[in-house]
Ligand binder design. Structure first.
Ligand code: ADP
Ligand code: GLC
Length: 475
């Protein structure tokens, strides 16, 4: 089966978050199941550079008003298509906004062109199925449905985060090149404007999201963010498939970024990594617990609550190394805490892939106090690395971490600390629990080993996607 996977980011070419890890890992996860997954990416500068010359396979004199062509190449041995439209994608800054963090004003046009190209390619190149990821690809299923009708292959819409919906004003509708009938509640119209994610959810044959718990949660207003009604109406056509992690990238026994490699049988070697990490963050060297955070600094991730409990963390003998970027107010709050606690709290504001590996390899526990989390990858990296996750009971966090309650501890199956409700009190309490477990080295080691033994590879989720593709194509 040939599937066109349409995503706005994929490792190792372009990444702002977990979507890139997932889109980058899917082709290899599906290959053993007889599915050839071709990835379509926008031609950002880094993508074009990695592609090299590429082979032009199609061109448009006018794709939503812009000149564009498609270049073919490969990504980790799997087929890659790149939409080369310099006026839309070749700019300084990030994939969605300028260096100052301001969204590009023409994002509606950039990702409508991307989705339209995806739909046309899926038809022209006779793909069996189109798999759209997030709002940036959301219009692709709608273009298939409204412009290609019976010739269109079926489609799957995957929601990586309901908080990002791609909602634009009504005035863009005429420029999208969709027929008038698409302007309806079951088409692309959403609260008087155009909803890209909504459009994809309406038009796709199946909707998936990235964990079973999140698939349930988005049926409620709190997590559905306006689209809960649509989710509920699609009933069994909404599925949750938990993400895997890529063992080639995230394996403590072969991690190229960490000073010392180790496995569950050689946990003592983590000490070298811990010492190096303390030095890298300018922290005191001691054997007390070293917490880490690797995160976007946003409300979703509960970082405002984390800021409030740092005094408690330090007062109880903990230290924190944090790597992240995001909201200025959170950066200010974190910087103030670091200034109050020199040697105990270390910050690196920015984005650093290698450092994120060294932190998982040297930290004792990773804090993930998210208010919602469709899947979450950093807690799984923590599990694989023996960096015990302390997580909120939500979405994929609840699905991947086993709380150290008395029964789980007694059975030796606990892998982390799971707390309910993202409040100062519950997070402070979870940190206290982590510290007291850490002070019982035998118990802690059993937790580390249980996490490292758990299987978060793509093997089972790859099989679930393959099954789902079969189901959709045969329907
Ligand atoms: P989200 O996609 O919502 O940000 P995930 O947990 O799914 O959350 O994925 C985040 C990914 O981005 C992980 O691979 C994590 O290691 C990485 N990451 C987040 N912030 C940083 C940072 N400042 N530096 C390096 N990697 C980061
Ligand atoms: C989104 C979600 C995150 C998920 C990632 C990959 O960024 O916020 O929870 O892990 O997508 O699916």
């Amino acid at each position: 089966m040939r599937v066109l996977s349409v995503a706005s980011e994929a490792v190792p070419l372009v990444k702002t978050g977990g979507l890139a890890d997932v889109a980058g890992a899917l082709p290899a996860a599906l290959a053993p199941h007889g599915v050839e997954l071709t990835t379509l990416l926008p031609g950002y500068p880094a993508v074009l550079k990695a592609l090299g010359k590429g082979k032009a396979v199609h061109s448009w004199p006018d794709l939503l008003g812009q000149k564009a062509r498609v270049l073919a190449g490969s990504l980790g041995g799997q087929p890659l298509l790149v939409l080369d439209a310099p006026s839309l994608f070749v700019r300084e800054g990030g994939p969605y906004g300028d260096a100052g963090g301001q969204d590009w004003a023409d994002n509606w046009q950039r990702f409508a062109a991307f989705a339209r190209a995806a739909a046309e390619l899926a038809v022209m190149q006779e793909f069996d199925l189109l798999h759209a990821h997030d709002w940036q690809a959301g219009l692709a299923p709608a273009y298939l449905r409204f412009l290609h009708g019976a010739k269109a292959p079926p489609s799957v819409m995957t929601i990586h985060n309901m908080a990002f919906q791609g909602h634009f004003g009504r005035e863009i509708f005429p420029a999208l090149g969709l027929p008038a009938e698409a302007w309806s509640m079951t088409g692309v119209e959403y609260h008087g404007g155009v909803g890209y994610l909504k459009a994809g959810m309406e038009a796709a044959n199946i909707i998936t999201t990235v964990s079973p718990s999140y698939a349930r949660e988005i049926r409620s207003a709190e997590f559905g963010m306006g689209l809960e009604g649509l989710i509920a109406s699609r009933g069994a056509r909404v599925r949750g498939i938990v993400n895997g992690i890529d063992p080639a990238e995230w394996n403590p026994a072969s991690d190229v970024h960490a000073p010392a490699q180790y496995s569950a049988a050689s946990l003592a070697r983590r000490r070298t990594n811990k010492r190096a990490l303390e030095a890298e963050f300018g922290l005191d060297q001691d054997d007390g617990p070293l917490f880490i955070v690797v995160s976007r600094l946003t409300w979703q991730k509960g970082m405002d609550v984390a800021v409030e409990v740092l005094d408690h963390l330090v007062a109880n003998g903990g230290r924190l190394a944090l790597l992240g970027s995001g909201d200025a107010a959170l950066v200010a709050g974190l910087s103030a805490a670091a200034a109050r606690h020199p040697g105990r709290i270390g910050l690196k504001i920015g984005y650093d892939e290698g450092l994120s590996h060294r932190m998982q390899a040297g930290g004792d526990a990773i804090l993930v106090p998210s208010r919602f989390e469709p899947c979450g990858l950093t807690q799984m990296y923590g599990l694989a690395y023996g960096c015990v996750p302390v997580v909120a009971r939500t979405g994929g966090l609840a699905d991947t971490v086993i709380d150290a309650n008395l029964a789980a501890l007694a059975a030796g199956v606990a892998t982390g600390i799971v707390f309910t409700g993202v409040t100062q009190m519950s997070l402070a309490d979870a940190i206290s629990r982590a510290i007291s477990l850490y002070r019982q080295p035998g118990v802690w080691k059993t937790m580390q080993r249980a996490g490292m033994k758990a299987d978060f590879s793509w093997a089972s989720s790859g099989a679930l996607y393959a099954q789902l593709y079969q189901e959709v194509v045969r329907a």
